[in-house]
Write a protein that binds this ligand. Structure first.
Ligand code: NAG
Ligand code: NAG
Ligand code: NAG
Ligand code: NAG
Ligand code: NAG
Ligand code: NAG
Length: 402
């Protein structure tokens, strides 16, 4: 057998396996409110440690100096953050005979000063409070720019009320735990998930679901104004290129997670947010999924690093009452061995606009393979009420790895 055909066999087996598992699952119903994960592989002690189902809330005070904002979150999550960073380091040791780790410890601290404010100071503050080397906290912050696979949905009901929900899937190819049938990194991330209420003058400005230690945003809501999620867009001109350019000194693009934070923190309307998300130069290609507070305010923005390829919007006249994004351009077919779009759309279509709600979208996001072994959390948002609810997920066997 030629070496390349081993790879082909691998892909074909993955495809057959995923089809097999997919065949088993009809659209779920009655999953909301969640009863918490099934505890097949964990002792009660582990469950208490690892899963809090309904994610806990923290307040981050934007009136404080950036270096002090994250102190409480980091104090609470220090052990979990330490374990996570150690896991990433152990994996990185496999590359270039450990040289990659040296590079992180020696070179990345220099990069922190090139990051814009308030991010640079916030990252330094997190390193100081946690006692974890600055380079490693920086690596943790860069990580999400590259490896996030997800499903995001914005839908409108008959009354023009907008719902926005997402599964965040993270940790692909980062250590498969054969015994527990889980992704090592995904499991280590679950205890780091926190909800944050960002305040100025004791009033909520926006809310987000975050991994403790990360200062960018992947999921957030500005009550009454907008909701925003980011999905990775894989491309040969991908995240690596922009990040390398940044490290080498070409710094005219914006970090994806920093742009979303800026929009949530400072954009005052849906239109304003749409403009910033589609016009700012980026380090990595991405999908921005944006929701608003009134009819037709929902879209998927398909980005290259430089420009916007497409803005796909809700449109009542065309019967487009929802937009749904995984990790492929909506006008192209998804890869056959990673088609989460068709099952998700099938379930949305079965649900119908008449019975769409946060609860019924939770059902869609609980259907395999939309729910899979990489799924870290499910978030539900409704701009008009300011709702953000996030649940840690567990995908009981049999379940696809992605
Ligand atoms: C999760 O917590 C929120 C408030 O933080 C609450 O509104 C919601 O009902 C809770 N969900 C469940 C399933 O307990
Ligand atoms: C796998 O499950 C066992 C308990 O059955 C637990 O002790 C172990 O920590 C788990 N491994 C990971 C990586 O979560
Ligand atoms: C916020 O509330 C606290 C106590 O609830 C109060 O001491 C503080 O002065 C308030 N800060 C602002 C900026 O209003
Ligand atoms: C958002 O929508 C709700 C319900 O339609 C409305 O009550 C509220 O005033 C709107 N908020 C803003 C900021 O427009
Ligand atoms: C939002 O605007 C304030 C005031 O101009 C600024 O200090 C802050 O850095 C901005 N936030 C972000 C994330 O850019
Ligand atoms: C769902 O409905 C839309 C609009 O009618 C249609 O274009 C799409 O093919 C349907 N998808 C599935 C998987 O049923």
């Amino acid at each position: 057998m030629k070496p390349t055909s081993v790879y082909d066999m691998f892909i074909i087996s993955l495809f057959l396996f995923s089809q097999f598992v997919r065949g088993l699952e009809d659209c779920r119903s009655g999953m909301y409110p969640p009863k918490g994960p099934t505890y097949c592989c964990y002792s009660p002690h582990m469950i208490n440690q690892m899963f809090k189902g309904n994610v806990t809330w923290y307040t981050v005070n934007l009136d404080l100096p950036p270096s002090e904002r994250w102190t409480q979150v980091i104090k609470d999550k220090n052990t979990e953050l330490f374990t996570m960073v150690q896991t990433i380091k152990d994996m990185a040791k496999g590359f270039f005979h450990g040289k990659l780790v040296d590079l992180v410890d020696e070179e990345l601290p220099l990069i922190v000063d090139t990051l814009p404010q308030p991010f640079s100071e916030e990252i330094k503050g997190i390193a100081a409070v946690s006692g974890i080397p600055l380079g490693e906290i920086t690596l943790f912050n860069i990580f999400y720019e590259i490896f996030t696979v997800c499903t995001s949905i914005v839908a409108e009901d008959f009354n023009g009320n907008i719902y926005h929900a997402r599964n965040l899937d993270f940790g692909l190819f980062m250590g498969w735990d054969q015994k527990n049938k889980t992704w090592t990194l995904t499991e280590k991330l679950k205890p780091l998930v926190v909800n944050i209420n960002f305040q100025r003058g004791n009033k909520t400005v926006f809310k987000s679901t975050n991994f403790a230690g990360y200062v960018g945003m992947l999921t957030g809501i500005r009550p009454g104004v907008l909701s925003l999620t980011v999905n990775e867009r894989f491309n040969t001109d991908g995240g690596y290129v922009g990040i390398l350019e940044w490290i080498l000194g070409k710094r005219d693009g914006m970090w994806m997670g920093f742009l979303t934070r800026k929009v949530l923190e400072n954009a005052t309307s849906y239109e304003h947010a749409k403009e910033q998300l589609s016009q700012t130069k980026l380090l990595a290609p991405a999908y921005f999924i944006l929701g608003g507070n009134r009819t037709r305010q929902g879209c998927v923005i398909t980005r290259t690093r430089i420009n916007t390829l497409d803005i796909w919007e809700l449109d009542r006249k065309l019967g487009r009452w929802y937009v749904l994004e995984t990790n492929y351009d909506h006008w192209e077919d998804p890869m056959i061995f990673d088609d989460r779009r068709t099952p998700a759309m099938k379930c949305m279509n079965q649900t119908t606009q008449a019975s769409i709600s946060l609860a019924s979208i939770y059902d869609v996001l609980s259907t395999k393979p939309v729910l899979n072994k990489l799924t870290t959390y499910t978030s539900l948002m409704e701009v008009s009420t300011g709702t953000l609810e996030t649940y840690i997920r567990d995908c009981p066997n049999p379940c696809t790895p992605w």
